[in-house]
Design a protein around this ligand. Sequence first.
Ligand code: SIN
Ligand code: FE2
Length: 217
Amino acid sequence: MTADLLENVPDVRASEEVIADGAVLLRGFAKTIEIELLEALRAILEQAPFRHMTTPGGHQMSVAMTNCGNFGWVTDRTGYRYDPCDPQSGKPWPPMPGSFRELARAAADRAGFGGFAPDACLLNCYQPGARMSLHQDRDENDFTAPIVSVSLGLPATFLFGGLKRSDKPRRFRLEHGDVIVWGGPARLVFHGVAPLAAGEHSLLGHQRINLTFRKAR
Ligand code: SIN
Ligand code: FE2
């Protein structure tokens, strides 16, 4: 492939770090397609803006969220669920852009999970101070598909624990363009994000945006 062709596809030459059995960190994997991703992101946010959702316990989350794809992850006083519609607008979530879908598939492929076909993409927006406490992704019907998580904007400290909540998490610094894939024996690992430090990113400003791809149904 020529350098020109490589400009618009995920960076297949990106480094690959196995962080656990079934979990791979692909540093810089999304960087070559950052412009496409940000354009697609802007279009999604016009239809379905970020909002702070409420947990079943009544707490407002510090991370603002939205979704694209056939199903969107939502939380409110009644619990967590995947919903085909945005409760705020009553309309279906914006479709998953081709660039998102292809990135997720390529990253999963690279991590050894061939044929990943996500039907849900949760978008998380972190302002300085926002955090996500340790949790498992377990609202999906099918745990044979991996999770693909893409970091954009300000760097964050990702917490990656074990299969028990009490397992001490290891800390990984995630930068703009980094992708983590976890599945198989790591599919139900507890993970989270430490409070975001203030800073400024050249493309995204004072925020971090994370795209989390799942097969929900
Ligand atoms: C998540 O677990 O949904 C978010 C992870 C991240 O923001 O990196
Ligand atoms: Fe998660």
